[in-house]
Design a protein around this ligand. Structure first.
Ligand SMILES: [Zn+2]
Length: 347
């Protein structure tokens, strides 16, 4: 049985439209009035945007309702959906904890409150009836001040029970003006022994080769095979895995067609660079992980053998998967029909 690993999913973008609309109907009637019909809300929430920045604006809508009180509500439904509909055995959930704190507090009080947020997310992710191995990736943010980002790295280091790595989010074009500062933060994270990924080389505005040596995985990274294939050799040598999220590039206008990804996969396979296929924002897209796989197959971007290689890579590059192998290899023996049933009969 194929159970999957999801390495790139945002807490904010993980809420499927039906769940968010239901939440508004139950608890936030002011927002519910804007969308009395579910179909209108789904249309608004999942439509394509013209740029990455416009697309990221939608996260703020979800962040505003994911308060400490409401987080367990959303995370329970996220884990339930991931278990029932996506066959996930492993999930890394990423977010910027500062944006889940109380906006009415002072910056230093908000920094202090981040620890509570990580605990809430960690505890809510353990749902007895839907067991999935989960861990958190804390995102520093290209628009947050240095003090907050440094506190996020420190928090990740202090809460390893719940946190496996750090990431940089917030739109890759905004990294440029403070590139040295972000390199310093990544260097600091590595010195603490933290694992690292980062939203880089997603769009043509977000290509910073200077940051690459500090990453263990690359969030998206599709512009490397598309525009800078000469970097693939080094990416392979560093054993960095690309987290490719097919639907995102269509929603942000980064790619015109899903078939544009064929070059990405072909060049990475040729260079020996691993790819994990991910959803990024499964809720916002209303596309769950098995459908990302299926879309790539039906558009002939990859074949079944390549899909399996990507699914293997996801478990291999998972930051907190506690077993050496993917679950399929542990379950297959249990599910196979015995070779010779007669041997099992007592007479
Ligand atoms: Zn992302």
């Amino acid at each position: 049985m194929a159970l999957y690993a999801e390495l790139h999913r945002h807490l904010g973008g993980s809420v499927v439209p039906r769940i968010l609309w239901g939440y508004f109907q139950r608890y936030q009637l002011s927002k519910a009035q804007d969308f009395p019909e579910y179909s209108e809300f789904e249309e608004y929430y999942t439509r394509e945007r013209s740029s990455l920045d416009e697309y990221l604006e939608l996260h703020t809508l979800v962040e505003s309702v994911q308060t400490p009180q409401a987080l367990p509500y959303f995370i329970y439904r996220l884990i339930r959906g991931a278990y029932i509909f996506e066959n996930l055995a492993y999930l890394e959930l990423r977010y910027t904890p500062y944006y889940r704190t109380d906006e009415a507090l002072s910056p230093s009080e908000r920094i202090s409150q981040m620890q509570m947020i990580v605990e809430i997310v960690g505890q809510s992710s353990h749902v007895k009836e839907y067991p999935i191995v989960t861990s958190q990736i804390l995102c520093i943010h290209s628009r947050l001040p240095y003090e907050v980002n440094k506190a996020i790295v420190d928090l990740a280091s202090q809460m390893r029970e719940y946190v496996c790595a750090i990431d940089i989010a917030g739109g890759d074009a905004h990294i440029a003006e403070r590139l040295d500062e972000f390199i310093g933060l990544y260097r600091y994270a590595r010195s603490l022994g933290l694992k690292t990924t980062g939203h880089l080389f997603e769009t043509t505005n977000g290509c910073y080769p200077e940051l690459l040596p500090y990453l263990m995985r690359i969030g998206h990274g599709i512009q490397i095979p598309l525009k800078y294939p000469e970097l693939l050799k080094e990416v392979a040598q560093l054993n960095q895995c690309l987290e490719v999220c097919p639907t995102t590039y269509l929603k942000t206008g980064t790619l015109k067609n899903i078939s544009d990804l064929k070059t990405v996969f072909d060049r990475c396979f040729d260079a020996g660079v691993d790819i994990a296929i991910c959803t990024d924002n499964a809720g916002l897209h209303n596309v769950r992980l098995p459908f990302e796989y299926e879309n790539l197959l039906t558009h002939n971007v990859i074949d079944f053998q390549q899909l399996e290689a990507c699914q293997d890579a996801a478990f291999r590059h998972a930051f907190a998967w506690p077993y050496g192998k993917r679950p399929a290899s542990m379950l297959t023996g249990l599910l196979q029909k015995p070779q010779d049933e007669k041997q099992l009969l007592p007479f």
